[in-house]
Design a protein. Sequence first.
Length: 102
Amino acid sequence: MHLFKQESVLEFKKDDFSLWINDKKLLSFRKGSSNLRLITYLFENVDRDIPAEELEQNVFLNNSITTSKVMRNTGIPSQVLEQHFEIKRESIKLIKKRTPLE
């Protein structure tokens, strides 16, 4: 269970490859980067546990990954990772919108 004080909405803007939280820009991803491919894929599969094996095949060109490491490598602040991503050993799940006491 996550306890948040306010609603939090995470958005990805494809036009400039940027990640936003509550209308505040967090960071931009470099065109063609594996981080951009990962974030794009996660936003295309919101609220779904995506197995690491699926990410290896569809995002990381059949290279093996560690879910926690690839998420840390994105540069997304740890507080945002904790709020909006369920990172398990074998899967990652993106939750775009979190409400208080969720």
